[in-house]
Design a protein around this ligand. Structure first.
Ligand code: SAM
Length: 450
C-alpha cells in the first residue's frame, strides 16, 4: 500500500462513478469527489498507466454537491451519487451513453436524447435484498459496503425502500438474535440465515417477506409469522427459500410459503402482474411504465405486426403490447418466470400470446419457418447483452424493426455496432433513469431495417 497524499483537481467522472483527475501525465481514479472539486487524496494503488486513490479531504466543494439524506452514504455499495444533485446525475448518465456509443460502438452520429428522470427520487424500489454476515461480535444484516463483497453493514434506514420495509429489516435482525438462529458463514458454509428479501409493489398494498436460508425447516416459524405480522401489518405473504449451494445468491432451490398466497401483485397501466419470490420484475414500477411507454412510442407497432419478445421474464412487455398487435411470442430461459408469464397472460385475459421456455440463441436456431412471420423483435437482455450466436441468428432473420431495451450501455453499444453494420438504421437512443443515485443506466432504442 502506497500512503502518498496528493492534492488533485477533479475533472470528470468515469463509467464506474469514480472521479477522474490527472497527475504527472497519468490518470488518477478516485473514490469520492466530484468534477470541479479540489481534494486531498491518498494514493492506494500505482500502476504504469494510472493510479487509484481515495479522497481524504475536500478542499473546494463542487456546486453540484448536495447533502445526502442517508446516514450510510459514505460506505454503502448501493447509492454512489446521493450527494450529487439529480440534474447532474442525469447529465453524467447521458454523457456515459454518448461515450459508449462513440468509443465502443463507433456510432458518433446517433442522437442521445436527454435522460428521462425518475418521478420519485426516493422509496422507488419495489424489491430489496439484504445479506446476513457473521462478524466477530455476532452478525450483521444489511447491504454490502462499497467495493467489499465480504462486508455487510447493519442497515438502519434505506431511503430507496419504504419505512415498512425498514421495520421488517429491524424486526428480523432482532428475531434472529433473540432466537439464537445461526447465521450462515460464507467462509466455511455453515450456519442458517443467508438473505432477507422484501418486495413491496407501488400500486397495491401488499408486502412479501422472503427469508433465504441454508437447507432445513425454519425454526420458530409460527412465532415468526405471528409476531412479524403484528409488528408490520402490511406484510401479506411470507416465503421461505432454502439455498444450500455455495453460490451467494438470494434465490432458493426449495420454496415453502409460510403465510399468504406466496406472491404479490403489481399493476402496470391496466394490467396486473403476479410476482413470486424468485421471478424477475423491474424494480422501479413507476419508471417501468415510463420506460415501456417510451419504448412503445418509439416502436410504433401496428395491428398487423407480429412480435417476438426475447428475454421476456414474466412477460410484462409482451402482455402490455399484445392489444396493439396480431400476435406475440415470449422467450425466456427461467422456467419459473415462464410459468409466471403464462399465469400473467391468463390473469390479464390475453389470448394472442404464447411463451417458449429456453435459450434465445436456441429458439432463434429452431424452426425458421415459424419465425419468419415475426416482423418485430423486442430484446431486453441481461447486462451481458446478446450472445454472439443469438445476435447472428437474429440478424439473419432480418426483422423490420428491433426494439432494444438495455440495462448496460456498454454491451448495448457493442451489439448496436453489429446491428447497424448488418443494415439497420439507429436514429436515436432514449435513456430512462430507473435507479436515481446509482450508476445504473437503462435505455431504449429502435433499429429500422434499411
Ligand atoms: C433484463 S430481464 C428482462 C425481463 C423482462 N423483459 C421485463 O422487462 O420484465 C432479462 C431476462 O432474460 C432472461 N435470460 C437471461 N439469459 C437468457 C437467455 N440466454 N435466453 C433467454 N432468456 C434469458 C432472464 O432470466 C431475465 O428474465
Amino acid at each position: 500500500m502506497n500512503d502518498k497524499i496528493v492534492k488533485l483537481d477533479i475533472t470528470d467522472l468515469a463509467f464506474d462513478g469514480k472521479a477522474v483527475a490527472h497527475m504527472d501525465g497519468k490518470v488518477v481514479f478516485l473514490k469520492g469527489g466530484l468534477p470541479g472539486e479540489t481534494v486531498m487524496a491518498r494514493i492506494t494503488r500505482s500502476k504504469p498507466r494510472y493510479d487509484q486513490a481515495i479522497v481524504t479531504e475536500i478542499l473546494t466543494k463542487s456546486p453540484e454537491r448536495i447533502a445526502a439524506p442517508c446516514s450510510h452514504v459514505e460506505y454503502c455499495g448501493g447509492c454512489t451519487w446521493q450527494d450529487l444533485q439529480y440534474d447532474s446525475q442525469l447529465a453524467y448518465k447521458k454523457k456515459q451513453v454518448n461515450d459508449c456509443l462513440e468509443r465502443l460502438g463507433k456510432l458518433p452520429d446517433v442522437v442521445v436524447r436527454d435522460v428521462i428522470g425518475s418521478v420519485e427520487l426516493f422509496s422507488y424500489r419495489n424489491k430489496m435484498e439484504f445479506s446476513f454476515n457473521v462478524t466477530e461480535d455476532g452478525f450483521t444484516l444489511g447491504l454490502h459496503e462499497r467495493g467489499h463483497f465480504d462486508r455487510i453493514f447493519d442497515l438502519e434506514r434505506c431511503h430507496l425502500q419504504s419505512e415498512d420495509a425498514d421495520r421488517v429489516v429491524h424486526w428480523v435482525r432482532n428475531f434472529v438474535a433473540k432466537e439464537n438462529i445461526p447465521v450462515y458463514d460464507v467462509t466455511n458454509h455453515s450456519g442458517y440465515m443467508r438473505f432477507l428479501m422484501i418486495r413491496q409493489p407501488k400500486h397495491t398494498s401488499q408486502l412479501m417477506v422472503n427469508v433465504v436460508t441454508n437447507y432445513g425447516d425454519f425454526p420458530a416459524r409460527e412465532k415468526l409469522i405471528k409476531r412479524l405480522t403484528q409488528e408490520v401489518p402490511a406484510v401479506t405473504t411470507i416465503v421461505h427459500n432454502q439455498n444450500g449451494q455455495k453460490s451467494n445468491i438470494a434465490t432458493g432451490e426449495i420454496e415453502k410459503v409460510l403465510l399468504g398466497p406466496g406472491y404479490i401483485e403489481e399493476r402496470l397501466f391496466d394490467s396486473t402482474f403476479r410476482i413470486r419470490a424468485n421471478s424477475f420484475f423491474q424494480t422501479n414500477s413507476i419508471q417501468t411504465e415510463t420506460l415501456y411507454r417510451t419504448a412503445f412510442d418509439l416502436l410504433h407497432a401496428k395491428k398487423t405486426d407480429r412480435v417476438m419478445d426475447l428475454y421476456c421474464g414474466t412477460g410484462s412487455i409482451g402482455i402490455l403490447i399484445s392489444p396493439y398487435v396480431t400476435e406475440v411470442v415470449g422467450v425466456e430461459l427461467v422456467a419459473e418466470a415462464v410459468e409466471a408469464a403464462r399465469e400473467n397472460a391468463l390473469t390479464n385475459h390475453v389470448d394472442n400470446i404464447s411463451f417458449f421456455e429456453g435459450d434465445v440463441k436456441d429458439f432463434l436456431n429452431s424452426k425458421p419457418e415459424e419465425r419468419e412471420r415475426f416482423n418485430i423483435v423486442i430484446i431486453d437482455p441481461p447486462r451481458a447483452g446478446l450472445h454472439p450466436k443469438a445476435l447472428k441468428r437474429l440478424l439473419a432473420m432480418r426483422p423490420e424493426k428491433i426494439l432494444y431495451i438495455s440495462c448496460n450501455p456498454a454491451t448495448f453499444a457493442r451489439d448496436a455496432q453489429q446491428i447497424v453494420q448488418a443494415g439497420y438504421e439507429l436514429p436515436l437512443v432514449q435513456p430512462v433513469d430507473m435507479f436515481p443515485h446509482t450508476l445504473h443506466i437503462e435505455l431504449t432504442a429502435v433499429f429500422y431495417r434499411t
